[in-house]
Every structure is written in structure tokens, then in C-alpha cells.
Design a protein. Structure first.
Length: 619
């Protein structure tokens, strides 16, 4: 009946007698009974366990959708390779499920945390408050027997009975404990809202809100649409994901939805929660155009604002702010809702609506003196740095570079990584660069392109799709962010992407007028060799496609498209990009001239010897 890896442990605990099928309690009567723990290495997909688990959730003082069986199962289906589950179930003698601890261990098996810590706004032990002390103690004893040295509880509600139970049992089991505030989760208590009428709450910035809604709904009034069933959500979920990734790219960041695991999690969570009617994927629509989304939930009289996004082309109208206002208005008119939980994060727009907060805690328990001291010191240093924003920004930058170094070390190895770091360090002090230019002559003959290849114009949606196709490729993600910044800042440039029949983007390239062309991001303009010239620049192939030889096909399609106006066309690229240069020469292009740049710290000089032929590419 039970999977392998099961162990049993008994502890005396007062539990209600008379547990009926489904885990429900009748005739609460305190009796001293033995608690039996089951230790499972995976969450069984059993209807009976699902029913008992969720019945326990609804017996809690403050049930949360993040505590449900469905949520834990979705995490397991998506993250089982990186978050091996460790499920501890507690039963009394009548086989009533009276405690659940959904945990996960790291690959070493020496560190444990909440299974849903990276996905849930709130995480907790599931048991009734009067039993939390004994249940938490039993779990701690089992973790110690399994050799767990460090336990991290993230997003544990500060008002949970588990907090005091953790404090007591950490001393009993020789754990050193460090506690700090994790988040202040903003909430909207609908009962505390000022109301002009029974169903019309007084919202902040009402005039601005009305003006923005009118601007977005000039042709069609703005309305809300809610997807609750899987059939309704399945078709719109990809659009939500793409929009979320695109919004982050514009901000120079990478959305967590770029991760394949995160997308699997959202899909599985949608399937599971829609069966119970707890899912609410809300869209704010004007006509056929979706201007904002919220991937949220409606659970136990609470509407959850979990993962919102919006159309970045309408950013000036604050569509996210408008969507939240519309949701509050709708919830206030429905007696089934008592609050709206705005979740993690301290964004300014949340504070305009919130009228209460719920703190969550980060608690580390460890048997190591060094780890405990480091956790305390890191927190104290971080709090001190918040008073010095410039220093904090510098340290964050250094930390990000260190993380990038570690990722590259894992991929490329020590020798290659050290050589690359040393080269970049020297280039930051002094460097010389050469950009080669090839002219597309009138005699250029387009090479035949296979029918499965096509050319797409780069926009935010395309970049979002490309980012999701290459989530572990840091080099490609950095290039995609650069392209998103170019789309926003440079109206003269047009980007193209070579796609195959499966809509995989194989290569990217850009075109703009030669006048004002800057081959380096640090600045420095190159004089146009001829009036009304165009230049093809910044080609890039994702790492996993670099052996496909796509240069000639991309150039053939791009040149065919931009030569319709009869303007002179040039192709530029760094002399160190030998693969692209070989592709140019193999396609019959000849070098025309080069541009040199010499740089020393913040000083640079650009030379454009038009009359001189370009030097051979450096190896």
C-alpha cells in the first residue's frame, strides 16, 4: 500500500476521536493517542489522499490554496528533478490524517525546505493549532534521523501556530534558529473599504482610473473575462506566458516563466485547480485585444492576485493598476469574497489599495555553527547596506557576476572560464576592435533557401518566444534582452529572425540606415559610405544552433527583402566572428573596408580608413 522508503515513528499527541471517512472530524473529544508518521519520497496520486489532505486544509484557521494537495502535486510534476519531495503524513490510531508536512530536500540530502517555497506565497505545516507543537517535534525528530543538517522555512505566516512550535522544538532537537521577516503581503479587506454604495467601493485615483480605462476602451468598452475551467484556460495560457516574458524583457529582466519547469508547473496547476473551480485566469479585454492578465485563484472567500502582466505597448495607461481596480470592484459586489490577497512583493501600486498586511517569516534551523553565524551576518550586512543604496547596487552587481561565473564554470570548465575572465578583465582596461564591412554588390545572386526556412520580423512576442526556447542559455538570454532594449530605444532599426517549420528561431539579425550607425554599444558613429545606405548588423545564433550553417540562408532572405527599394546595402561584423565571416565569403561577398577602435579605460578613438582594404580576420 505504501511506497518504498516508508518509516514509522510514534509520539503522544491529543487528537480528536471519531474520525469519519474523508478525514472529517465528528464529536471533538481529546484523547491521548499515538501518532503514526509515514515518510514518503513522492506524493502518491490517490483520490483518497487528495480528499483527506484538502479536508485537513479546510480545518485550519486560515486555509490557503498554496496548502492544497493540488498545489503540492503540481510542484512535484514540474520540479521533481531539482526538488525531490519528502512528504511526512501523520495519522492517529483511527487512521485519520491529522498532519501534513510537504517538504523537499536538496541533492545532497542534508538540507530540507518547504516543497512549495519557490511557488507559494504562504507555506506551513498542516495540522490543527492545538497539535502543532507535537507534530512539528515529530517531524524534526524524523529529519534529524535522516541526517538533515539544515532546514529552511520560507514564507511561513508570522501568525501561524507553527512559529511557536518551531521555536520550542528547535531547542529540543539542538538546532540553532535564525528568524527574520521575509515579506509583508499586502491584502485588501473588502469589509474595511470605504463604500459610496453597497457594491461600489471608493478606490484610489478614481479620476485617473476612469481616464485610463476610457483611453484603452476608445473603440470597445473594457471588460473582464475569467477562465475557470481547463478548456477555457488551455488556449489563453500560452498568451499569458508570452506576455509575462515580454514585459520582463522590456525591463531588462528575465521572467521566471522562461524556465521550462515553471511553465510545466503553471500548466499542471491549471489542470488540477480547475477541477475544483479554484483557478481564475482573468483577462481585461477591449474588443478582441487583451490589455492585462492575472493568473490568480479564488479560494475560501479570498481572491488571489498571484502573477499579473499586461501589454507593454499600453504601459502609459497603467493596465495592471486598472485590472486590479476592476477585480476589487467585482469582488466587493460579491458576498462570497471577504478579501483580496496581493501576494509577495512590495510594489507601489499595491500599497494604494491595501488596507492590511500579513507578514511572513524566513526561518533557518541548522546544526552548524558556521552556517548559523553566516546567516545572521549576511542579514545584518544586508540591512546596513539598505541605508547605502549605491553600495548595495554595487554589491548586487558583483553578486550577479559571481553567479554568472559559477554558471559558466559548470558549463565550460575551469580552464576555459579563467581564460575568458582574464581576457575580459584586460579588455576592460585596454582593447582594440575591428569591424569589417562587406558591400552587397549589384551582381549578388541569392542562394536558394530551403522551403522550411522563413523570415520573421522581430517584435516583443517573438523575443519572448525565443527566450522560452533557450532558458538555460545565458548568452542567448542576454542577446534577447539587448534586442528588447533596441526595440524600445531605437526606432530606426528593424530585426529579423530565421525560423524553421517548427517555429524554432535559428538566427537573429538587424538592419538600419547607415547614417548614425554605432557598431559599439559604448558609442562611436561610423560615417556612411554612400547616401541612403542600409547596414546589416548584430547577427546572432543561439548556442545549440551554431552548427547548422544558417548564415547564408538568413542573409539571402534579409537581402531579398530590403533590396526592393534599390538602396545600397552593407554588412558589418566583428573581425573576431570568424564563423559569420566565413559564411559571408562563402556566399560570394567581398570585403570593402574596416573600422578600428582603440580604447583605454574611458577614452576611445575610432579610425575609418576607407581607402585601405580590410586586414584579414584575427584568429
Amino acid at each position: 500500500m505504501h511506497p518504498a522508503g516508508l518509516s514509522a515513528y510514534k509520539v503522544e499527541i491529543d487528537t480528536p476521536a471519531g474520525c469519519v471517512p474523508g478525514g472529517l472530524v465528528s464529536a471533538p473529544k481529546s484523547l491521548g493517542q499515538a501518532l503514526r508518521l509515514e515518510i514518503l519520497r513522492e506524493i502518491p496520486e490517490q483520490a483518497e489522499l487528495r480528499e483527506r489532505w484538502n479536508a485537513l486544509v479546510f480545518r485550519l484557521d486560515r486555509p490557503q490554496v498554496f496548502y492544497t494537495y493540488e498545489w503540492a502535486l503540481a510542484v512535484q510534476r514540474a520540479y521533481s528533478q531539482t526538488l525531490p519531495p519528502l512528504l511526512i503524513l501523520a495519522y492517529d490510531r483511527s487512521d485519520c490524517l491529522c498532519g501534513v508536512a510537504a517538504l523537499a530536500t536538496d541533492t545532497t540530502g542534508r538540507r530540507a525546505s518547504f516543497l512549495c517555497a519557490t511557488t507559494g506565497d504562504y507555506c506551513d505545516f498542516l495540522c490543527e493549532p492545538k497539535h502543532s507543537d507535537a507534530f512539528v517535534g515529530a517531524v524534526f525528530g524524523e529529519l534529524r534521523r535522516q541526517g538533515i543538517e539544515t532546514i529552511v522555512f520560507t514564507n511561513l505566516p508570522a501568525d501561524s501556530a507553527t512559529v511557536s512550535a518551531v521555536e520550542k522544538n528547535s531547542r529540543r532537537h539542538s538546532f540553532r534558529r535564525f528568524t527574520r521577516t521575509a515579506y509583508l503581503c499586502a491584502q485588501v479587506s473588502l469589509a474595511q473599504l470605504d463604500r459610496r454604495s453597497e457594491s461600489n467601493p471608493a478606490l484610489p485615483r478614481k479620476k485617473m482610473l476612469r481616464r485610463f480605462l476610457n483611453a484603452m476602451g476608445r473603440e470597445h468598452p473594457v471588460r473582464l473575462d475569467h477562465g475557470h475551467s481547463w478548456d477555457a484556460v488551455e488556449t489563453i495560457l500560452p498568451d499569458f506566458m508570452r506576455s509575462h516574458v515580454a514585459r520582463f524583457l522590456i525591463q531588462g529582466r528575465i521572467s521566471n516563466i522562461v524556465s521550462g519547469e515553471r511553465r510545466i508547473f503553471l500548466v499542471e496547476l491549471s489542470r488540477l485547480l480547475s477541477e475544483s473551480g479554484w483557478l481564475a485566469l482573468t483577462r481585461m479585454i477591449s474588443g478582441d485585444r487583451v490589455v492585462a492578465w492575472n493568473y490568480g485563484f479564488q479560494f475560501h472567500n479570498t481572491w488571489f492576485w498571484y502573477q499579473p502582466t499586461f501589454d507593454m505597448t499600453l504601459e502609459k495607461y497603467s493596465p495592471g493598476f486598472c485590472l486590479l481596480a476592476k477585480i476589487i470592484e467585482e469582488a466587493a459586489a460579491d458576498p462570497a469574497f471577504g478579501s483580496i490577497d496581493l501576494g509577495l512583493g512590495a510594489e507601489d501600486y499595491k500599497s494604494r489599495f491595501a488596507n492590511q498586511v500579513r507578514p511572513t517569516l524566513w526561518i533557518q534551523l541548522t546544526s552548524s555553527v558556521c552556517q548559523h553565524a553566516w546567516a545572521v551576518a549576511r542579514y545584518r550586512i544586508g540591512e546596513a547596506l539598505k541605508k547605502q543604496p549605491q553600495i548595495e547596487t554595487t554589491i548586487r552587481s558583483v553578486r550577479e557576476r559571481y553567479r554568472a561565473f559559477r554558471r559558466r564554470l559548470q558549463v565550460s570548465g575551469l580552464r576555459h572560464t579563467c581564460v575568458l575572465v582574464a581576457k575580459r578583465a584586460l579588455e576592460a582596461i585596454a582593447s582594440s576592435d575591428e569591424i569589417l564591412f562587406y558591400e552587397v554588390s549589384e551582381g549578388y545572386v541569392r542562394q536558394p533557401t530551403p522551403p522550411e526556412f522563413s523570415l520573421a520580423t522581430i517584435d516583443l512576442n517573438l523575443l519572448a518566444t525565443a527566450a522560452m526556447q533557450h532558458p538555460p542559455d545565458e548568452e542567448t538570454l542576454s542577446y534577447v534582452i539587448r534586442c528588447a532594449r533596441r526595440l524600445r530605444m531605437d526606432n530606426d532599426s528593424t530585426g529579423f529572425a530565421l525560423a524553421n517549420e517548427n517555429c524554432d528561431f535559428l538566427q537573429f539579425i538587424w538592419v538600419r540606415p547607415f547614417e548614425g550607425f554605432q557598431p559599439w554599444e559604448e558609442g562611436g558613429t561610423v560615417a556612411s559610405p554612400a547616401p541612403d545606405s542600409l547596414v546589416i548588423f548584430d547577427p546572432f545564433i543561439p548556442v545549440r544552433h551554431r552548427d547548422g550553417g544558417y548564415h547564408a540562408h538568413t542573409l539571402a532572405l534579409v537581402i531579398a527583402r530590403i533590396r526592393r527599394d534599390g538602396k545600397p546595402v552593407w554588412i558589418s561584423n566583428a573581425s573576431t566572428n570568424e564563423a559569420f565571416l566565413r559564411g559571408l565569403e562563402g556566399a560570394g561577398f567581398t570585403r570593402s573596408f574596416s573600422v578600428l577602435r582603440y580604447r583605454l579605460l574611458w577614452w576611445q578613438r575610432i579610425l575609418q580608413p576607407n581607402a585601405a582594404p580590410a586586414n584579414p580576420p584575427r584568429s
